[in-house]
Design a binder for this molecule. Structure first.
Ligand code: FMN
Length: 366
């Protein structure tokens, strides 16, 4: 693993970052990823519309009780004054880093010229970054972008310079343009070019799905850190797997069933406590499905589990499934070797997983 990395005055414990994912990187998930090896985790995006500060969803997204440092909160919007106010609001509620979303291709966000649509208007990018940096002088501001608007307009290098001039302290880049959505493989050439020109730390993102892919991306791009999104869904321990591989060149064995059973139970209890039982059970279904994807006998389990509505039934079914799995083998076992996460999540097969598992395009971010 390359030397440690700083964002402002925060020294990260390693160079592995959890990508912001709306509907996924809530406080329980961020906590778990940090516990299982991530050096930093960025929150789901929080709106800059102060009219929504009172909504339960926005208030929950600003709740960082007990969260391990550094607490990075992502804000989204297109109005410099509103973004400045949102940054202030979140810092007053515990944010230690403010991350700005300019990487989101979701229609809902782009129609109001936020997210990756902003990359088209470099002057506005500058005004937003200046306003946010000035509003929260005591915390570092970071920026997340795609490589550009579309393949003909890869303006990441211009955005880098605007960001550096504004005082942004790190730049995360998803190796796709806005027009690319999630299609094709992430490209790392633009990230490499940006890193070569950068004075601030660069965080490389996109399709890092296996322990082997992380050193490849570090070497190819020269990035200071890597950011992992979809591959951490249902596999929060991927961070320790990657860290071990970076340090030793060797793979950790698949985790023990009893360990993952305990990790999942802790995760879903946290979800019940965070969201309340009714929403908690619904949010937990998605995570339980991800944890068990590809495991032996898991599709029948998921089918039934997805229909259960109560905490008691959900817990009983999870306990049953993992107790049976532990009797069959002491380590996680996948249906076929091609289902095992290392291959399952490799760059080439990832596209299939992506279309299957992602929410509809309208809900997708960055
Ligand atoms: C369900 C989902 C929600 C996302 N939400 C956000 C978000 O709120 N803000 C953001 O900047 N990126 C968001 N992203 C994009 C990710 O941060 C990341 O850039 C993208 O998934 C590529 O990384 P990966 O290949 O490791 O998944 C989201 C991605 C997914 C799959």
């Amino acid at each position: 693993m390359p030397p440690l990395m700083r964002i402002g005055h925060h020294l990260l414990k390693n160079r592995l970052v959890v990508a912001p994912m709306a509907g996924v990187t809530d406080r329980p998930f961020r906590q778990l990823c940090k516990k299982l090896g991530a050096g930093m985790a960025v929150s789901e995006m929080v709106t800059s519309n102060s009219l929504l500060y009172g909504s339960a969803k926005t208030a929950r997204r600003a709740n960082h009780e007990g969260e391990v440092d550094p607490i990075s909160v992502q804000i989204a919007g297109a109005d410099p004054a509103m973004m400045a106010e949102a940054a202030r609001h979140n810092v007053d509620r515990g944010a230690q880093i403010i991350d700005i979303n300019m990487g989101c291709p979701a229609k809902k966000v782009c129609n109001v010229m936020a997210g990756s649509a902003l990359l088209q208007d470099e002057a506005l990018v500058g005004r937003i970054l200046d306003a946010v940096v000035a509003a929260v002088p005591e915390v570092p501001v970071t920026l997340k972008i795609r490589t550009g608007w579309d393949r003909e307009h890869r303006n990441a290098l211009n955005i880098l310079k605007i960001a550096e001039n504004a005082g942004v302290q790190a730049l995360a880049m998803h190796g796709r343009t806005r027009a690319c959505g999630y299609t094709g493989d992430a490209e790392y050439d633009t990230i490499r070019a940006v890193k070569a020109a950068a004075r601030i730390p660069i965080i490389a993102n996109g399709d890092i799905t296996t322990p082997e892919k992380a050193p490849f991306v570090f070497e190819y791009t020269g990035a200071d850190a890597v950011m992992i999104g979809r591959a951490a869904q249902g596999r929060p321990w991927i961070f320790r797997e990657i860290e071990h591989f970076l340090n030793t060149g060797e793979h950790l064995p698949q985790p023990e069933v009893t360990e993952i059973h305990a990790v999942l139970l802790e995760h879903i209890h946290d979800l019940y406590a965070f969201y309340g039982d009714v929403t908690g059970v619904r949010v937990a279904r998605k995570h339980i499905s991800w944890y068990t994807r590809g495991l032996i006998g898991s599709s029948a389990f998921r089918h039934t589990m997805n229909q259960l509505d109560s905490v008691g039934e959900q817990l009983a079914m999870v306990n049953d499934y993992f107790s049976q799995a532990a009797r069959a083998d002491h380590r996680l076992r996948y249906e076929t070797s091609s289902d095992a996460p290392t291959e399952f999540r490799s760059a080439s097969s990832h596209k299939n997983q992506t279309t299957q598992d992602l929410p509809p395009a309208s809900q997708l971010a960055a």
